[in-house]
Design a protein around this ligand. Structure first.
Ligand code: PMV
Length: 338
């Protein structure tokens, strides 16, 4: 049978989404903006198999692969995505899927964005939906429905905005600038590889219990404009200030939701303070960004990257770093995983 393989990057959001308008459509409550990550990618191979009675997804584990269980959160979303795309294609055929990450999957880096965009891309191509795959706007809407809306930003390369909206058709991703437009770097400093205690979906569901959530949605509007503008003008200071403010605003909501979610570890705060200190003392233009986890993304321009990476690795809490440049979005590759 014909095999298809797709590669897709994770992304880091400068303006983050937290909370959904319609839970079943996974529409983000606010516009959000990100950059693709060259060294955090998922590769997924798919093949239809008439002998199969059930779909099977296998994820890389150690030197081999093991099945993704249907009763896990990730498993439920992934198998539902197969059913959705198969129905869209009016097909009944079962599929065999294998997937692996180019980065350590136990490093505590969220792999849902790269994983779900690669999975959706592979399914669309295998079920003869190339028209949707090639139309990035439509493709991003299909990815959003897999349950991890941030994955919809990975379909384009470079700098991408995912729009909020009132209906499925209104919420899609657009490219702000491509991967060659700006030599920006994201160095991820790993301080913890533990699985996060509060999942994104639990966090999205709890947002309205934070007294600060409404304020976040209002005060972030000027940051969204500033971030688009900073990307167009390649203004690291403007981007960095907006990025740090958005991270703090997000974590205030997380920590004041009921139940609260505290993602930071001592190492997280040590890096945040170090980055601010390097700016103030040595005028190094580096800025922090933190997702729903303890690890810290440090954003700077390529000309400062070596210096920043060296300094990050000298912080005792930092176990390792991953160096990323902006890269191409979801695309087909020739080398199959099986
Ligand atoms: O896409 P989800 O549902 O896994 O949520 C992503 C949430 C953040 O990573 C914290 C923010 C973002 O926009 O990437």
């Amino acid at each position: 049978m014909k095999k298809i393989t797709v590669k897709s990057p994770a992304n880091i959001a400068f303006i983050k989404y937290w909370g959904q308008t319609k839970q079943n459509l996974f529409i983000p409550r606010n516009n959000n903006i990100s950059m693709t990550l060259s060294d955090c990618q998922t590769i997924t191979t798919i093949e239809k198999d008439p002998k199969l009675k059930e779909d099977i997804i296998e994820l890389q584990k150690g030197d081999g692969y093991s099945p993704l269980l249907k009763d896990t959160h990730k498993g439920k979303n992934a198998y539902q995505q197969i059913n959705r795309i198969r129905k869209l294609a009016k097909s009944k055929e079962k599929v065999r899927i294998r997937s692996k990450n180019t980065f350590l999957s136990d490093a505590g880096i969220a792999s849902s964005a790269s994983g779900f965009s690669a999975l959706t891309g592979a399914l669309l191509l295998d079920f003869d939906q190339r028209k949707i795959f090639d139309d990035k706007k439509e493709f991003s809407k299909e990815v959003r429905l897999c349950g991890s809306a941030s994955a919809a930003r990975s379909v384009y390369g470079g700098f991408v905005e995912l729009k909020t909206g009132d209906s499925h058709d209104e919420s899609y991703a657009v490219q702000i600038a491509d991967e060659k437009s700006w030599d920006l770097v994201d160095i991820v400093a790993i301080v913890s590889s533990e699985k996060k205690k509060t999942s994104s979906s639990q966090g999205h569901a709890a947002v309205d219990s934070s007294p600060y959530y409404k304020t976040r949605l209002i005060e972030m509007q000027s940051r969204i404009k500033a971030t688009r503008d900073a990307i167009h003008k390649k203004n690291i200071q403007k981007l960095g200030v907006a990025t740090e403010e958005d991270t703090i605003s997000l974590h205030i909501v997380m920590m004041t939701s009921k139940p609260p979610a505290y993602y930071w570890e001592p190492g997280t705060i040590a890096i945040m303070k170090a980055v601010v200190n390097w700016r103030e003392k040595d005028n190094i233009q580096a800025y922090f960004s933190i997702d729903a986890g303890a690890n810290v993304h440090v954003i700077c321009e390529k000309k400062d990257a070596k210096k920043v990476e060296k300094r990050l690795n000298a912080i005792p809490f930092v176990k390792s770093t991953i160096y990323n440049e902006p890269c191409e979005g979801t695309h087909e590759v020739k080398d199959h995983l099986f």
